[in-house]
Design a binder for this molecule. Sequence first.
Ligand code: NAD
Length: 219
Amino acid sequence: MDDKDISNAVIARLPRYYRYLGELKNDRIERVSSRELSRLMHVTASQIRQDFNNFGGFGQQGYGYNVDYLYDEIGKILGLDHIHNMIIIGAGNLGQALVGYMNFKNRGFVFRGAFDISQNVIGKKIGSIEVLPLDDMPEFVRNNNIDIAVLTVPKTAAAGIAKELVECRIKAIWNFAHIDLPVPDSIKVENVHLSDSLMKLSYNLHRSEDDTNTTGAAE
Ligand code: NAD
């Protein structure tokens, strides 16, 4: 099946499958059935089978799926069999925290450079990475095979930087600034809004409080 036919909802579930399979692999579990996976992940077994059927089903034979094989195949679908060279633009609080988070590297996402305009951070080291002036960014991207730029600048600066990144032929942007970036469709953009997740949590919290109050009032 062509990747274009696979729904975003299925693709959004793949990282979670990958994480759970990684844990099974660490526990040296060799095979897992869709029922067991369903119990672990709180997703129905039929949903799992339907999701996997988008990719040919991953050859469930006899008792369940081969964990190593499934983990590797889902990793390949997610592009995790490649090293991704990344830069961060905006080495403030969030930028420094992201560069310092080691788990990205374990998945093949490697920060190669960090850029900023502030003299307060230029020259500073985040782990082994020195923050460089933004002016050095275009040449660095071209010379270091950078495919992903992570944007952690104020939103007023983000659109201008995105235009520069387009000129440097960046392939993908992980955008934390709260703005839709003006880039061509050929450049993949993933917007991250932590506050959306927090608002969802708030909604669920208040909905459950309302339910409790309603039930309490009826008693
Ligand atoms: P911060 O002020 O600590 O860091 C911003 C950094 O960007 C600073 O070091 C600043 O010098 C640099 N900068 C400013 N203009 C620049 C430019 N033109 N080029 C390069 N660097 C430039 O802010 P923060 O708390 O790290 O937040 C960074 C961004 O991430 C903000 O836009 C914020 O709203 C956003 N943010 C998003 C989320 C999310 O979930 N999406 C969460 C937290 C923060």
